[in-house]
Design a protein around this ligand. Structure first.
Ligand SMILES: Cc1cc2nc3c(=O)[nH]c(=O)nc-3n(C[C@H](O)[C@H](O)[C@H](O)COP(=O)(O)OP(=O)(O)OC[C@H]3O[C@@H](n4cnc5c(N)ncnc54)[C@H](O)[C@@H]3O)c2cc1C
Length: 431
């Protein structure tokens, strides 16, 4: 997008076309204006339109321009912090409510995909969180115990079972989560947009919201060539927020994450590596992730930005790490490479903001936005239609709190990942 091959990479090359949309021009009226066409905004639009509410989405660039078109495509259950940490941070009422909602969130994604016939390469075989070293295995044992106590369908696999499922002996064990799976993330965003339009929503792209004001009990948001007047504003701009809601940006630390996609692997190689097509990530602090796309390209990623010296450092590390994980692969060529920014919050939990009267939004997904964005977008729609009162929302509403030392933390993420990858995977058996 924007002629940048490193923004959406493989996903832009292989997603079905987006529905036809145009920039906003002139004055438009609606019940709700939604700013941002990622999962949160599109799910809100779809659910509002299905309830008979007139919804208009205004997107600065294109459908899925933000995290929705750049991510790994792991449809995870829960946040990555331990479930018990949600309860200790949010208290029992909100903590338990959020765990319940997010634990079932992948099912909500897959149900929407089925209901609307969204072609997005969905694989529903679960995910494998893979343990590196004894400490990694201990972390997984703890996670397994916590989730199993809550009745979640997760299973701790030993090193042998893990090697059978993944095709490498690099791991000490893994946690198989059968609630989860993978999708082609941009295809899912475009499919949600198509479904929302079919239900009656209107979507305008190339239309950055530059100002918002309230007069006579109505909100008016302005783009370069038009405006939308509505009773409610949904702010669904998360880590790619520009324009009037910059405070969302200042409460997040951006963590860069890149992906490299190989050419389609041979059938034999696809049977040897992840034969059941789970999505994988590991327990390293500078973590790695991988999954297949539908044609058998291995999408391999980690923390880091593909710019400056980072591009060559991360690419060379990925070659070494893949060779250590899967020596049977031989040398690989990467067909596409891209990266994006993940919005991290102080406590690694998302936020529900009431930014003004009738201006609401969820953000801060900490790298877990596919399933959470989908169900929390639905919650915004239900709140607006009166089905979900504020007291029953999955999070309390908070005011954005700027993080101090943000620029330093972001530099540490970007250059720390480069330093780790510069020296990483150089010793035999190290990934
Ligand atoms: C590299 C990477 C890997 C990730 N991996 C995963 C993963 O495997 N699994 C997972 O669940 N999550 C993952 N995530 C996180 C996930 O992609 C995000 O949490 C998710 O996209 C958030 O959805 P959203 O709709 O809230 O925001 P976004 O998808 O970021 O959409 C926000 C949209 O708002 C638009 N916008 C901003 N300001 C304005 C304005 N003023 N006017 C109009 N439009 C505006 C932007 O252009 C953008 O399109 C990853 C993220 C990245 C970057």
């Amino acid at each position: 997008m924007l002629n940048d091959p490193r923004s959406h990479g493989l996903w832009e090359r292989t997603a079905p076309a987006a529905p036809a949309t145009a920039p906003l021009s002139g004055s438009v009226q609606a019940d709700v204006v939604i700013v941002g066409a990622g999962y949160t905004g599109l799910s809100a639009a779809l659910h509002l339109a299905e309830s008979g509410v007139s919804a208009v989405v205004v997107e600065a660039v294109e459908i899925g321009f933000g995290g929705a078109g750049r991510n790994v495509g792991l449809v995870n259950a829960g946040m990555w912090v331990m479930p018990d940490q949600l309860v200790s941070t949010l208290g029992p009422v909100y903590g338990e409510r959020l765990i319940e909602l997010l634990g079932n969130a992948p099912r909500a994604v897959f149900d929407l995909i089925t209901k609307h016939g969204i072609a997005c390469e969905d694989e529903r075989a679960g995910t494998l969180h893979c343990g590196v070293g004894p400490a990694g295995l201990r972390e997984l044992e703890q996670r397994a115990a916590i989730w199993q106590k809550r009745g979640a369908p997760v299973r701790l696999l030993d090193a042998r079972e893990t090697a059978e499922k993944v095709g490498t002996t690099a791991y000490t064990g893994s946690l198989l989560d059968l609630r989860a799976g993978t999708i082609q993330p941009l295809a899912y965003a475009r499919g949600l947009a198509t479904a929302a339009i079919a239900a009656g929503a209107r979507i305008f792209t190339g239309s950055p919201v530059q100002a918002a004001s309230r007069t006579g009990g109505k909100w008016q948001v302005k783009t370069p060539d038009g405006s939308v007047t509505a009773d409610w504003v949904v702010v669904a701009t998360d880590a790619y927020s520009i324009g009037p809601w910059v405070q969302l940006r200042t409460e997040q630390v951006h963590l860069p994450y890149f992906n490299l996609a190989t050419e389609p692997l041979s059938d034999a190689m696809q049977r040897a590596i992840l034969p059941e097509r789970q999505g994988v990530w590991d327990t390293k602090s500078v973590l790695s992730s991988y999954r297949f796309d539908r044609l058998g390209r291995l999408v391999f990623g980690s923390v880091g930005a593909l710019r400056g010296t980072g591009t060559a450092v991360h690419r060379a590390w990925a070659q070494r790490s893949l060779a250590a994980l899967f020596p049977q692969l031989g040398p690989v060529r990467f067909e596409s490479e891209w990266y994006g920014q993940i919005g991290m919050t102080k406590d690694n939990l998302p936020r529900f903001h009431r930014l003004d009267r009738n201006v609401i939004g969820f953000s801060g997904y900490n790298g877990r936005g596919i399933a959470p964005g989908t169900v929390l977008g639905r919650c915004l729609a239900e709140h607006i239609t009166g089905k979900l009162p504020e007291a029953e929302m999955p999070l309390p509403s908070t005011t954005p709190e700027p993080v101090s030392g943000r620029a330093v933390q972001e530099a540490v993420y970007e250059y720390g990942a480069q330093a780790t990858h510069l020296i990483g995977a150089r010793l035999p058996g190290k990934i």
